[in-house]
Design a protein around this ligand. Structure first.
Ligand SMILES: Nc1nc2c(ncn2[C@@H]2O[C@H](COP(=O)(O)OP(=O)(O)OP(=O)(O)O)[C@@H](O)[C@H]2O)c(=O)[nH]1
Ligand SMILES: [Zn+2]
Length: 217
């Protein structure tokens, strides 16, 4: 993995003015972005989100997933704290790409769940790679984070990449009738920490790191 910092600029948003830093992965041409705010290089743990691209949720207002809601909440939380970072990672569709995600959605429209659809297309349930995060954070002077996520695999992947995750901060927003089944599948098949739904999904507890959610059982 070869990540190169390219340029930075201001990015005004409804939540506040972020610094946008652009990075290129020369191995595959992917362009990743970090939106940061405040003094993130002071050595204290930084409120952070590693957000995987979801064109449909992040830009097209899709209610099939929770991505857009999570992105908005993460940016708002960073702005309210006055300090933090959102890494926007270009690994659409859990790494299978936009067009394959649309193929997967087509299968889901016919009854498959999100994991089954990936598998029917010949992909793993989650093809993502988080190795770009460490060099992006290093560039910003960030070495310890409070990670906003419900995904235990993401915590593990970042930790294994050498990022110190001192706390997992729950990011449960945007549940609606269109994504209820999707969120239940994430909890039951992918291990996400999400609350019990009407379908009786059992949530999991992560004992390894501090957890700020409180509501998990
Ligand atoms: N293949 C596939 N990808 C999806 C689907 N729904 C959302 N995605 C992608 O999944 C990624 C987001 O992953 P999620 O599983 O929603 O959440 P997460 O990042 O694992 O966990 P959080 O940090 O809690 O958000 C984005 O890249 C989306 O484009 C789907 O049905 N199939
Ligand atoms: Zn999404």
């Amino acid at each position: 993995m070869s990540i190169t910092f390219i340029a930075s600029s201001k990015l005004p948003t409804p939540f506040g003015v972020f610094t946008m830093s652009g990075f290129e992965d020369s191995a595959n041409g992917k362009e990743h972005v970090a939106l940061s705010m405040g003094d993130v290089a002071d050595g204290e743990p930084v409120l952070a989100r590693a957000h995987s691209e979801c064109l449909t949720g992040d830009a097209l207002f899709s209610m099939r997933c929770d991505c857009g809601y999570q992105l908005e909440e993460a940016l708002r939380a960073v702005a309210e704290a006055g300090r933090g970072v959102v890494l926007y990672l270009r690994q659409e569709g859990r790494g299978i790409g936009l067009l394959n995600k649309i193929r997967a959605y087509h299968l889901q429209d016919q009854g498959a769940d999100t994991v089954e659809a990936n598998e029917q297309l010949g992909f793993g349930a989650d093809m993502r790679d988080y190795s770009m995060c460490r060099p992006m954070l290093d560039h910003l002077g960030i070495h310890a984070i409070r990670l906003m996520t419900n995904n235990p695999r993401k915590v593990k992947a970042l930790s294994e990449a050498g990022v110190e995750v001192v706390e997992r901060v729950s990011l449960q927003v945007g549940r609606n009738p269109h994504n209820d089944g999707y969120l239940n599948t994430k909890a039951s098949k992918l291990g996400h920490y999400l609350p019990q739904s009407a379908n009786g999904i059992v949530t999991h507890q992560d004992d390894d790191i501090a957890d700020s959610t409180g509501e998990q059982s």
